[in-house]
Design a protein around this ligand. Structure first.
Ligand SMILES: C[S@@+](CC[C@H](N)C(=O)[O-])C[C@H]1O[C@@H](n2cnc3c(N)ncnc32)[C@H](O)[C@@H]1O
Length: 285
């Protein structure tokens, strides 16, 4: 296992990131430890309701649970206590390092690896999850690997977290549409669409598909939301392609929000935001 900050991006992964004339390389996107730390601080966690649903579907406490695209381990940590052995896997050594520093538990380990080459023996894993990560994967290669390592009766669960919508002030609608335009402009359209549709159009490897939904509620000001937004890949693309610092990128988005009609009071008032969080599961026959 490499201990350097070099990223082993497979040919399959590179191909998966290149669509619609735009190229996003996951290995390059997630190499900044600053980004990993902001991720750990601001991104929503895997809801425990989804963890419970997976355990109920399996019908027993999982022995081995692999969380692929684990990032800084925020969601992987949510699985502690629900499985005997939990392994977080991520293509980015930087994310893996932050995960190791942040989350320590005897049942938990983090490994650098790719979705098409998981660190597990054939038929040895009870559950495989990917939280807010499957849309980056070469899905046919990932599903082949899922089928290799899952035990019969094992579960694959893919989680998507939709963009936040303010539930108690319509004055935030123009902010949402301004942010949505930015995401559309700087993201890969097919991946943005998969997330917007709560993974409804993501084909699963087995015919036992089930869709489960949890509404994540958060109290934020628009200014707080900008911290989360600065971790979104399309916004990081915008920052990188314009040669901006994160602070400059944040300032740029704030300016766009003001131009869309948001006042300083709008930006600083705390509201309730809703993020639909879908879990799509399938059981290996
Ligand atoms: C949006 S982040 C989600 C991180 C974490 N699951 C969470 O919910 O906070 C996507 C993660 O997928 C990882 N990733 C992308 N392509 C990958 C691949 N082919 N194999 C493994 N990990 C990958 C990225 O490095 C990144 O950490």
């Amino acid at each position: 296992m490499s201990r350097t900050v070099g990223i082993a991006v497979t040919g399959a992964t590179k191909r998966a990131m290149s669509t619609s004339g735009k190229t996003i390389n996951a290995g390059e996107l997630f190499v900044s430890s600053d980004l990993s730390k902001r991720y750990a601080q601001f991104r929503p966690k895997l809801p425990v309701e989804h963890v419970n649903t997976i355990v109920e579907l399996l019908g027993r406490k999982p022995g081995v649970w692999v969380d692929v695209g684990c990032g800084p381990g925020t969601s992987t940590q949510q699985i502690v206590g629900h499985a005997d052995t939990i392994v977080g896997v991520d293509i980015s050594e930087t994310q893996v390092e932050v995960a190791r520093q942040t989350h320590q538990h005897p049942s938990l380990s983090f490994v650098q690896g790719t979705c098409d080459k998981l660190p597990a023996e054939d038929c040895s894993v009870d559950v495989i999850t990917a939280v807010q990560a499957a849309h980056y994967f070469d899905l046919p290669a990932f599903f082949k690997e899922v089928d290799r390592v899952l035990k019969p009766g094992g579960i694959v669960g893919l989680v998507s977290i939709n963009t936040p919508k303010c539930v108690d002030s319509s004055s935030m609608d123009s902010a949402r549409s301004c942010i949505s335009d930015l995401i559309t402009k700087h993201g890969l359209p097919d991946k943005v669409k998969l997330l917007e549709d709560n993974y409804k159009n993501l084909a699963m490897p087995y015919p036992t598909r089930k869709d489960h939904m949890v509404d994540i509620r958060t109290s934020w000001s628009l200014d707080d939301y900008l911290d989360v937004l600065m971790t979104f890949s399309p916004i990081n693309n915008m920052i990188k392609s314009n040669g901006m610092t994160v602070k400059e990128g944040r300032g740029h988005v704030t300016q766009l929000l003001k131009e869309s009609g948001m006042t300083a009071q709008d930006i600083n008032s705390v509201y309730t935001w809703s993020q639909p969080c879908a879990l799509v599961t399938a059981t290996k026959p």
